[in-house]
Ligand binder design. Structure first.
Ligand code: PLP
Length: 387
């Protein structure tokens, strides 16, 4: 049988050993009692939701977090029976599906509770909700001034079960100054106390994303929502620095990147000096130049901002991107790399020989963050699990 990757021009390799390493690292940090929920929204941050869901369950995760009801349904239909928290808004007309599939439903709108009340009464079913508390991110969440309404309402809707409360930090990964995060934590605890004291003593609490898991053990609570870290990427340089400051010296190898993005060269050509490469003629050769065509472009998720900025690895060496990145193609300079042939393997993200190109580097070159680099890799590109 021909191995899958010989059949493609571009593909993603997912390292099972790296993923297992990362998940065990986080499990060790949080202990056995805290629920380890893996965030697999956005096609598992571009890593491929089926592959990651399978590896996550094999290596000790407890549950999933996704953004949309469609992501949750895909997991269910693929046979994942673990709890799934839907963190984004569920259209009111689809709440019945969410109840029937026993999803964990996030609540930050009164209309959602009203509708769940009607649905669960009609179906004699239960809805498990996670109430999202506003603590200063001002994205999704209910304000302290609204607590009374929710408490009164939920006391009168016994089929709408308040399983958990949670919140999300605004800048925990953006800075080494954690005053605001501490303020949010304090606000959260105050709100939790009000809810508990008013007759909901058994409440799960969860507030930790990757950066919080790494930096603040007191955020682990009953469950964590582990996103970027499981994929072997740091939430930010600042988180890495803060983590090291907390006493961990050899931090570099703590997380292992899981994703490698590969492609093969689809054409090679010589271009004379003083000729231009690609659309807009933005790169002009200064010498006789060996150009390799790579079958990856911005529609595949390789940002057009990397035009004349990025590098790829060929034979373990860096080859610069020349000219503009096109929709499905780009050109790189391999003049200084001997013996390059048609269909040679190229690495866009990952290791080759002694060289490495990280998602963080691509993010720096194109003015964004590693989250965006990996989550925008087109989901049509095959994901292959390797050792
Ligand atoms: C995406 C997301 C997370 C995961 O954050 P990471 O920084 O990737 O760990 C956690 N909580 C919520 C609400 C999210 O939207």
């Amino acid at each position: 049988m021909v191995e899958q990757h010989y059949l493609n021009n571009t593909w993603i390799e997912i390292s099972e050993s790296a993923y297992e390493h990362n998940l065990k690292f986080f499990r060790k940090l949080i202990g056995e009692k805290t629920e380890l929920s893996v965030v697999v929204k956005a096609n598992a941050y571009g890593h491929g939701w089926q592959s990651i869901a399978r590896l996550a369950m094999k290596h000790g995760a407890d549950s999933f977090c996704v953004h949309s009801i469609d992501e949750a349904l895909r997991l269910r239909r693929a046979g994942f029976h673990q709890p799934i928290l839907i963190m984004g808004h569920i259209p009111l007309n689809r709440l019945e599906e969410a109840v029937q599939e026993k999803f964990r439903i996030v609540v930050f709108n009164r209309e959602t509770v009203e509708r769940l009340d009607q649905i669960t009464t009609r179906l004699s079913a239960l809805a498990r909700i996670h109430l999202k508390l506003e603590t200063g991110t001002y994205r999704q969440g209910i304000d302290a001034s609204e607590l009374d309404w929710y408490i009164t309402k939920l006391k009168n809707t016994p089929r709408v079960v308040l399983e958990a409360v949670y919140t999300h930090f605004a800048n925990i990964e953006d800075t080494t100054n954690h005053d605001y995060a501490n303020f949010q934590k304090y606000t959260f605890n105050q709100m939790v106390k009000i809810i508990k004291d008013s007759g909901f003593p058994i409440l799960k609490r969860h507030i930790a994303c990757t950066a919080a898991i790494l930096l603040f053990p007191d955020t682990h609570m009953d469950m964590v929502r582990l996103g970027i870290g499981q994929y072997g990427l740091w939430p930010s340089r600042e988180t890495f620095e803060s983590y090291k400051k907390n006493g961990e010296k050899n931090g570099e190898k703590l997380l292992l990147p899981v994703l490698t993005w590969k492609a093969r060269i689809t054409q090679l050509k010589w271009v004379d000096a003083e000729h231009t490469i690609g659309y807009g003629r933005t790169f002009k050769t200064t010498r006789k130049t060996r150009i390799a065509v790579i079958p990856v472009g911005y529609s595949d998720g390789y940002d057009r901002g990397l035009s004349n900025q990025g590098y790829v690895l060929v034979h373990g060496k860096r080859a610069p991107v020349r000219g503009r990145v096109c929709m499905n193609l780009m050109m790189v300079d391999v003049t200084d790399i001997p013996k390059v042939k048609l269909e040679d393997e190229v690495v866009l993200i990952g290791n080759q020989g002694k060289e490495q190109i990280t998602a963080d580097e691509l993010a720096n070159w194109s003015g964004t963050i590693n989250y965006e680099i990996v989550s925008r890799i087109n989901s049509d590109i095959p994901r292959i699990i390797v050792k």
